[in-house]
Every structure is written in structure tokens, then in C-alpha cells.
Design a protein around this ligand. Structure first.
Ligand code: N01
Length: 540
């Protein structure tokens, strides 16, 4: 029995408590158990899957090649699971995560339909006291967040939403039963990845679809296709080699980055390269040259290439004009689509530019802009997320001296972490893919695996060396944060309003919270820090 159980006999005590049962929580739980720690994961949904549990909107699918969008830690798992296509739909990804949960018998240590509402560090006991929304509490030596980067939905405050007589949904909280759009007048607000994936599918079913667009986006054809069985066989056979390339890569995909500037090629050479990438689909266009996210002139070559594709695809020149993006390509998350721009050639689709004619209010019968009232039966919010910090700040997390994470990160302060894993002032608290790690700019499952393995190894080290407490130092945190900002400021990423910079959330401090030095480099930094006895942490 632990000291906590002696003091509070009815409070269950674990070595580690994990929030979430998505890609992060599932693997964390597995590693903790393998290493002999007692662990419990808490999950708000009634099943595993995380974002893939919640994002059931029409057209939801993966935008990384699925052969790389899975766990790599178990060769047995690689051999046993076969993806149907390059970019499978949400139900298949959810099936995969259920398969993993079954294979490793994870469910017995997950409490579903339970939200962690607060986690307070008790300095005297050196334990985390964790409150759950069913009124109960638990305690743990280690508190580990697997809440993900994009799980706090952003539903902008529009006057009159409560008066709307139709049904409305956010893409990230889609019902389990399919929504019937047949014969309905549907409005979609937002055209990021979620909007771009759902708009073509909804348009096929709805009587009429009105898209309310604030910022036109670059999107690239996904060119999804079923996988050739020979390709799958070769991939499985050579996965060890592929995995090594993924681990050494910039973003988790085993492709060698281009070393050539877009400005070194002639316009004809560039056109040929961009055409080939466009035909191939996926993110190959982003990898065409080395300087697309650094150099404005280089960026403009690819931006103009996509604008031309939009002009060619969309028949009505006025509509095409409204769809032309003007920000630096790649500085918002690039989007992959299936017939997105073609959808605007449909008779039942209208595009409304809400920058020109802003939304004034939602009315009982629809939505009114400064120009017109649009009658709607269903309204879809594809309005995104309070990214990176949002999911963590929804929980009342308090470290030493009762300081909240919100106070540390947002209230007059600056978001700072050490490696995106730890925080000064919050001992024994770990974040999987936290702010200032490569996270969302890496294939997520790979970024997650690297963090989970680093954290699990760290906990074993603490146990082996009889260390009770690990905490990032202020100096290490400051150096890391400065390093992250310096890299970001040398790119074009920080010049665009996006969820990357927090600019999509009113009042959120603007910071670019993703490490841009590349996954391979980051992994070596983390390994090096561990090899030096957890340099930058105080161990007590
Ligand atoms: O959200 P977004 P998302 N009035 O923030 C608009 C991942 N993901 O859910 O650009 C009017 O990108 C907003 O307009 P603007 C992926 O990493 C992956 O689509 O801010 N419009 C924008 O158009 C992705 O990047 C997949 O001017 C408003 C849209 O809503 C991330 O999740 C699938 C508004 C929000 O776009 C987020 O994508 C889905 C307002 N008040 C998501 N507020 C995969 O394929 C916001 N908007 C794996």
C-alpha cells in the first residue's frame, strides 16, 4: 500500500495516470504496463480512438500515407494489420485502434466515459491528486497527458446560435449515427482540413450546400487509391529499413528532402516538377524544393501554381477568384482533398466570402451575413480547434505552489516547455506531443511513439536510480523555448494567422508552438538529454 492509501484509504493510487485513449494514451498505457508500473487511463469517450473516435464527419480520412500512419513499435502489429488504401477513412482507422487495444489487452486499464477535470500536485506527498467528472478521485506519482494537439473544439461565438431551429454540429463532435443531409439546405462554416474533406461529400447528398469561407485555402488532390498487394508485401518485408528512415526524417515520412531551391530551376523545370507532384497527389508538392517555407519568392512559385490549378478547375471565374489563396503556401497546415474545387462547379453549391460579407448572426431559420439571409436546415461548424495548448488548458492542472498551467502559459506569461514534454514547476508531469515538440508537423503516431518511449524510459531510470521527482529547470525551459522561437522566426510560418500560431482563437497569445528543427534532429536531442542523465531536469 502506498503512503497515499494509508492517508486516504478510499482513493485509488497508481504509479501513473494517463489522460486519453487515443494513439498516445493507448501506447503509453502499454509501455507503462510492460515496464511494470501500475497505470490507469481515463477517456471521455465510450471507446478508444481519441480524435478518430470523435471525428466521424462525412469524408473524414487520414492525410498521411497510411503505411506510415500507424504504430511502428511492434513488428507483429505491422505484419498483422493491412490498410486498404493510401488514405483510409475514419472508420478504418478507428478499427485499427480497436484492434491494437484488443491485441494488447488495454481496455482493462482504461476507464471510459470519464473526464479528468483537475490534477493538482501535492508537494508534501510528491503526488498528483486527480479529480474525475464522476465525482471520484485518484492519485498518482506520475501524471501523463495524452490529450492530443487538436481535441479542444473551437465553436466561435455567433449571436443567435441558440435560436437556430435546425440541427448543428461541430466536425470534431460528430454523432455516432450518420447525419441525413438528403433534401436539406446545409451550411458549412470553415474550409480547413475538416471543411475541405466534408464539403464534397455533403454536396453530393444535400439539396443545397452553402459554404461560408473566411480565408481561401491551398489544397492538393489526395489521389487516394487502394494499395497494390505487392506494394503492401514489400512494405511489410522491409519495414525495419523504412522505420529507420522515418525516425531520421524531418516529418516522419521516409522521403529524402530536396536540397534545391525553387529559384535554381527555370520556370519550365519548376512547372514540370510541380505538375508531376500534383499528379502524384499527397504532400509531394510540399517536398518539391528546400526553400518553400523560408523564401517568399520561392513560395510564390508554388502558390501561383496552385492558384492556376484553381482557375483551371472552377468554371465560374468569379467563384474561382474567391477561392484563390493569398497567404504563404504551407504556413497553414496543407490540405489534401478529393474533388474539393470541382465541388464549386455543382449547381447545388454556393460559396459565400464572409471576409467580404461577414456573418452577422445565426437566425432561427439560417444565417445572416451583412449581405443576405441564407435559409438552412443544418449548420456544420468546421471551425477547427484551440490547438496545442487548448486541450491541456481545459483541465485545471496545478503544479507547485498551486500555480495553474494557464497562469504559467497564458496569463501575462509566455508558453514555455522543455522539449514539449515537461514544464518547470510541474514535477512528474509529462505531456505527449506537447507544445514546442515536433508533434503536428510529424506523422502523429510516430511523434507519439517517440515521446511515449522517452517518457517510459525516463520513468524506468527514475525507478532504477531511486529518484522520486523529476522537474524541468527554468533555464533549460527558457533555452528550449528560445530555440523553438528562433527557428520558427526564420521561416514564413509565423507570418500567417493559423491555429499553428494560435491566431484562430480570440485573445490567445500569438506564439508558434511547434518545433521546426525536424523530427530526426529532435529525437537525437531528446536521446542525448537522456544519455546525459536527463540534462536540464532537476532530479531529487
Ligand atoms: O480546422 P482549421 P480544421 N468565422 O482551423 C474557419 C487536423 N485535421 O478542423 O482560415 C468564419 O484548419 C477558418 O477560417 P480562417 C489538421 O492538422 C486533420 O479544418 O481562420 N470562419 C477555417 O477555414 C488540421 O489543420 C485531418 O480564416 C471561421 C476553418 O474555420 C487541423 O486538424 C482532418 C471562424 C477552420 O480550419 C484543423 O483542421 C481534419 C469564424 N468565426 C483535421 N472561425 C486529416 O486529414 C474559424 N473559421 C488527418
Amino acid at each position: 500500500m502506498t503512503s497515499v492509501q494509508q492517508h486516504h484509504p478510499r482513493v485509488p493510487a497508481f504509479d501513473a495516470v494517463v489522460i486519453g485513449a487515443g494513439f498516445s494514451g493507448l501506447y503509453m498505457l502499454h509501455r507503462l504496463r510492460e515496464a511494470g508500473f501500475s497505470a490507469r487511463a481515463y477517456e471521455a469517450g465510450d471507446g478508444v480512438g481519441g480524435v478518430w473516435y470523435w471525428n466521424r464527419y462525412p469524408g473524414a480520412r487520414c492525410d498521411s500515407d497510411s503505411i506510415y500512419y500507424n504504430y511502428t513499435f511492434s513488428d507483429e502489429l505491422i505484419q498483422e494489420w493491412t490498410w486498404s488504401s493510401r488514405y483510409p477513412e475514419q472508420p478504418e482507422i478507428l478499427r485499427y485502434l480497436n484492434f491494437v487495444a484488443d491485441k494488447f489487452d488495454l481496455r482493462r486499464d482504461i476507464q471510459f466515459e470519464t473526464r479528468v477535470t483537475s490534477a493538482h500536485y501535492d508537494e508534501g506527498q510528491n503526488r498528483w491528486n486527480i479529480q474525475l467528472d464522476d465525482g471520484s478521485s485518484v492519485s498518482a506519482t506520475y501524471f501523463i497527458s495524452g490529450v492530443g494537439c487538436l481535441s479542444a473544439a473551437n465553436i466561435p461565438i455567433f449571436k443567435g446560435l441558440e435560436s437556430f431551429k435546425g440541427d448543428w454540429y461541430h466536425t470534431g463532435h460528430w454523432p455516432h449515427e450518420p447525419v441525413d443531409f438528403k433534401g436539406k439546405r446545409v451550411g458549412v462554416i470553415g474550409n480547413g482540413s475538416s471543411g475541405v474533406q466534408s464539403i464534397p461529400v455533403i454536396a453530393q447528398e444535400a439539396a443545397h450546400l452553402t459554404v461560408f469561407q473566411r480565408t481561401p485555402q491551398y489544397t492538393i488532390p489526395a489521389r487516394n487509391h487502394p494499395y497494390d498487394p505487392d506494394f503492401i508485401e514489400q512494405t511489410k518485408k522491409n519495414f525495419g529499413e523504412i522505420k529507420q528512415k522515418m525516425w531520421d526524417s524531418w516529418g516522419g515520412i521516409p522521403v529524402a528532402p530536396s536540397m534545391r531551391s525553387a529559384l535554381e530551376d527555370t520556370p519550365e523545370e519548376r512547372q514540370a516538377k510541380y505538375d508531376a507532384a500534383w499528379a502524384k497527389g499527397g504532400f509531394s508538392l510540399s517536398y518539391s524544393y528546400s526553400d518553400l517555407t523560408f523564401n517568399e519568392a520561392a513560395n510564390d512559385t508554388v502558390a501561383e501554381f496552385i492558384r492556376e490549378k484553381i482557375r483551371e478547375t472552377v468554371h465560374n471565374p468569379e467563384v474561382a477568384q474567391k477561392l484563390l489563396p493569398r497567404y504563404y503556401f504551407g504556413t497553414k497546415r496543407p490540405i489534401l482533398d478529393t474533388h474539393y474545387f470541382e465541388t464549386y462547379n455543382r449547381e447545388n453549391v454556393t460559396l459565400v466570402d464572409v471576409k467580404q460579407t461577414p456573418i452577422e448572426e445565426i437566425t432561427p431559420n439560417g444565417l445572416r451575413t451583412t449581405e443576405a439571409e441564407h435559409e438552412l436546415d443544418i449548420l456544420v461548424f468546421a471551425t477547427g480547434y484551440d490547438g496545442m495548448t487548448g486541450p491541456l488548458l481545459k483541465i485545471d492542472i496545478r503544479g507547485k505552489n498551486g500555480v495553474t498551467l494557464k497562469e504559467k502559459w497564458e496569463d501575462g506569461a509566455q508558453t514555455r516547455t522543455y522539449l514539449g514534454i515537461a514544464n518547470a514547476g510541474f514535477p512528474n508531469f509529462f505531456m505527449i506531443t506537447g507544445p514546442e515538440s515536433p508533434s503536428v508537423l510529424t506523422t502523429m503516431p510516430l511523434a507519439i511513439e517517440q515521446h511515449v518511449e522517452w517518457i517510459a524510459d525516463c520513468l524506468c531510470y527514475l525507478r532504477d536510480h531511486r529518484i522520486d521527482k523529476i522537474e524541468a529547470t527554468e533555464e533549460a525551459e527558457e533555452t528550449w523555448s528560445k530555440h523553438c522561437s528562433e527557428i520558427a522566426e526564420s521561416t514564413l510560418y509565423t507570418k500567417t494567422d493559423s491555429w499553428y500560431t494560435g491566431a484562430n482563437i480570440a485573445g490567445k497569445p500569438r506564439r508558434f508552438l511547434i518545433y521546426l528543427g525536424g523530427f530526426g534532429v529532435y529525437r537525437k536531442i531528446c536521446d542525448d538529454i537522456a544519455a546525459k542523465g536527463y540534462e536540464g531536469f532537476s532530479l531529487l
